[in-house]
Write a protein of this length. Structure first.
Length: 157
């Protein structure tokens, strides 16, 4: 067993080096100001807004800074007004959700710390890919999240 220990250490070191060579990590940083603003029906200025999931029960609200272009393959644009937020927040009812289905406000940052946008969802993070000319792809929450959040069977209605 003792002769295998140095080989095991060398293998672990190699795995760490290979893992460090992967893609840059985008950061989803908790920010309660996002919860406070959206849950009091105040869209934060300086973002273009999108949602994912059913229109009457979004599984994520995404705000993108104007310096970035969102690949909208996974997202639906929305004019986020106080009235729209009020309707959504009455359904989401975040203060009364359990810990597994509570929505979290997050700032999405590049590996260098530059803000891309904001995220409000029970899913804590998502895959982010940066393309040419500051085009960003952010995957929407998993289809199965709808069942978890609403208690309905299957994915989106």
């Amino acid at each position: 067993m003792r002769t295998h220990f140095p080989k095991l250490i060398a293998l672990l070191a190699l795995l760490l080096v290979v893992a460090a060579c992967g893609r840059p990590t985008f950061i989803f940083q908790e920010d309660l100001r996002i919860n406070e603003a959206l849950e009091s029906y105040h869209p934060l200025p300086g973002y273009t807004y999108y949602y994912s999931g059913p229109e009457n029960f979004p599984l994520a609200i995404l705000g993108i800074r104007p310096e970035y272009r969102l690949n909208r393959e996974f997202w639906i644009p929305v004019e986020l007004t106080e009235k729209k937020l009020q309707g959504w927040m009455e359904i989401i009812d975040n203060p009364h959700r359990n810990l597994q289905t509570r929505y979290h406000g997050k700032v999405i940052r590049t590996p260098e710390g530059e803000e891309i946008g904001i995220w409000y969802s029970p899913q804590e993070w998502s895959t982010v890919k940066m393309g040419a000319d500051r085009e960003v792809t952010i995957y929407s929450p998993f289809n199965t999240l709808y069942h978890t959040v609403t208690g309905n069977e299957g994915g989106f209605p």
